[in-house]
Design a protein around this ligand. Structure first.
Ligand SMILES: Cc1cc2nc3c(=O)[nH]c(=O)nc-3n(C[C@H](O)[C@H](O)[C@H](O)COP(=O)(O)OP(=O)(O)OC[C@H]3O[C@@H](n4cnc5c(N)ncnc54)[C@H](O)[C@@H]3O)c2cc1C
Ligand code: FES
Length: 262
């Protein structure tokens, strides 16, 4: 883990309310892997007091990208940063995704801004020589409206097949992304797939139930309430079948079968 003053290379609105920030920080980038996260000081030392957590959206040799939705004070302050500004970043933190070795198919399921860390994962799977997946990952993108569907271009570049759902039917299938997943897993073609997901808790809970029913493995990056981010405050504890675990240290990626859902 490294604390660094990264340099903002670019920071622009990619869709209404969603920003992509490119940060130069070779020392963090060298250690980062998909599914791990960093914490960012968004304002001055006192406000907001706590650093904010973000997944690595894409990682390269000299830095990384953060894809974020503006939801409150911290993310609004981030959206105001300009190229050349310095930003206090700490990472990489947490465990990250385990890239599948010799496996069946991979299905990636994203809910809204939960797509952010899944692009780095797809890049790793597609480009990794150890990962002998049967075919390119199938990506299911779910969101409230078409404005909230992100990263189609990135997954297309990786030649992933993409299916989209929106709650209001403004793009793709009208309904939940978990309906698409259930359909796929009931077809012989995608039985025994490994699922990787990130998104709202209700979506992850449904995926856990579907995966259990279909005897599939499912892993997800959880978005708990991160305060310290380094295992010191115990504020991010969740219950699992093997006792309480910390999202920031033992996660954020968990086997969904292990999580005890409320
Ligand atoms: C491991 C991890 C990785 C994350 N990666 C990303 C990412 O790549 N891109 C991204 O946009 N966001 C990500 N988040 C969520 C992000 O950290 C929050 O949106 C951010 O901290 C909000 O800060 P704020 O000051 O703008 O809003 P705040 O003022 O803190 O909150 C504004 C609103 O958002 C809600 N909120 C805050 N944090 C969360 C959360 N973790 N989950 C659900 N609701 C929340 C609050 O309840 C409140 O209603 C991640 C969170 C975690 C734990
Ligand atoms: S956020 Fe403090 S222990 Fe996890």
């Amino acid at each position: 883990m490294v604390q660094d003053l990264g340099r903002v290379v670019s920071n622009s609105e990619v869709k209404r309310g969603y920003f992509l920030m490119d940060i130069r920080s070779p020392s963090i980038a060298r250690q980062a892997k998909p599914g791990q996260f960093l914490t960012v000081r968004c304002g001055d030392v006192t406000s907001p007091l706590l650093r904010r957590p973000f997944g690595f959206h894409r990682i390269n040799d000299s830095g990384f990208q953060v894809l974020y939705e503006v939801v409150g004070k911290g993310t609004r302050l981030l959206s105001e940063l300009k190229p050349g500004n310095k930003v206090d970043v700490l990472g990489p933190l947490g465990n990250g995704f385990t890239v599948p070795g010799k496996t069946k198919d991979v299905i990636i399921v994203a809910g809204g801004i939960g797509v952010a860390p899944l692009v780095a994962l797809a890049e790793k799977i597609v480009n990794s020589p150890q990962s002998i997946v049967h075919r390119k990952p199938l990506v299911l993108l779910g969101a409230r409206t078409r404005n909230d569907i992100l990263c189609v271009r990135e997954f297309r570049k990786l030649e992933c097949e993409i299916k989209v759902s929106t709650d209001d039917g403004s793009q793709g299938f009208k309904g939940g992304v978990t309906d698409l997943l259930e359909d796929l897993l009931s077809s012989i073609d995608y039985r025994l797939s490994t699922i990787y997901a990130c998104g709202p808790e209700a979506m992850l809970k449904e995926i856990a139930a579907i995966a259990r029913k279909r005897k599939s493995e499912a892993y997800a990056s959880l978005e708990g309430n991160i305060a310290c981010g380094v295992g010191a405050c115990l504020g991010c504890a969740i219950e699992t079948r093997s006792g309480y675990k910390l999202v920031c240290e033992d996660g954020p990626v968990f086997n969904l079968n292990e999580v005890v859902w409320r």
